[in-house]
Design a binder for this molecule. Structure first.
Ligand SMILES: [Fe+2]
Length: 289
């Protein structure tokens, strides 16, 4: 059975969020929802997640999972907010514990910060399977962009997030802490081994103002014309292309705010005595770009 997929776009961060559902049962899963963060104001709002909630209600869907593909560097995860609103469990890849350990060090968090993934209801490993109604979902470990990235293969749709971009743009960056161009290559080729008609739903697009995002191409289309990994491009060539591109990219505006929220499963640090949370910015640990 083929899931029905609806995309939602957060323009400030270029993020694609998805709801997919089983047409027979109306059971649904949310993938990579955004909790809006305005860095200049230190403000958080829920308009993106509320747009998803309105769609779920209008379609009469029963959300059974709130899924993340990895701890994002460019936006906060809205998983806890949606989980609480919908009564659905949260999940991410089990290697998120490695990302927690890495960033715990970068933020110099105390020993009381748990790095066991207990901030999520479920941690998925390579090959894990679950059902969304009558749609079988399989987890593929897809590291490279992060240590913990996973792909959800739901019937003939795969939610690949920051592995591929659209074929004209190529692939996602691998230069964040814990990133690996070589691992990304292995992950990309494993996804390209899925059946040719598999629909790959990506995590980011950066259209010009007034233009709609593009977010889906099939495995066959990527193999034919993805500018970084189409058939015929080898590992060494890919690594050279990817590393050269990454050397030109600034760090995401929200990265140092986002990781400390996302290693907490999409939660702010505990409020201080005045009732407000405060985010930490490590000074001098990253080079200016
Ligand atoms: Fe990402």
């Amino acid at each position: 059975m083929s899931p029905i997929v609806r995309a939602f776009f957060d323009r400030p961060t270029g993020s694609l969020q998805y709801v997919f559902h089983c047409p027979a049962t109306k059971k649904a899963a949310i993938v990579d929802p955004v909790w809006n963060f305005y860095p200049e104001a230190g403000a958080v709002t829920t308009e993106s997640a509320d747009e998803i909630l309105a769609y779920v209600e209008a379609e009469g869907l029963e959300v059974v999972w709130v899924l993340d593909t990895h701890p994002h560097a460019d936006h906060f995860s809205a998983a806890p907010y949606l989980s609480q609103k919908l009564g659905a469990p949260t999940a991410i890849g089990e290697k998120v514990t490695d990302v927690q350990k890495l960033w715990k060090g970068l933020y110099h968090l105390g020993d009381d910060f748990p790095t066991d993934g207990s901030q999520w209801d479920r941690l998925f490993a390579e090959g894990d399977e679950f059902m969304v109604g009558e749609i079988p979902v399989r987890v593929m470990f897809s590291p490279g962009h992060t240590l913990a990235s996973i792909t959800y293969v739901a019937g003939d749709a795969a939610f690949v997030h920051d592995t591929f971009m659209m074929p004209e743009s190529g692939t996602s960056r691998a230069d964040f802490p814990g990133g690996s161009t070589e691992d990304l290559w292995t992950s990309l080729r494993a996804i390209l081994d899925l059946p040719g008609d598999t629909r790959l739903y990506i995590g980011h697009d950066y259209p010009d103002e007034g233009q709609a995002p593009e977010y889906m191409a099939t495995v066959a289309e990527h193999r034919l014309r993805n500018r970084h990994v189409k058939d015929g491009i080898g590992k060494a060539e890919f690594i050279a292309i990817r590393d050269a591109r990454d050397a030109t990219l600034p760090l995401p505006t929200r990265m140092l705010a986002a990781l400390q929220v996302n290693i907490r499963g999409g939660r702010l640090p505990e409020a201080e005595a005045d009732g407000h949370s405060y985010l930490r910015i490590p000074v001098g640990k990253f080079e200016p770009r």
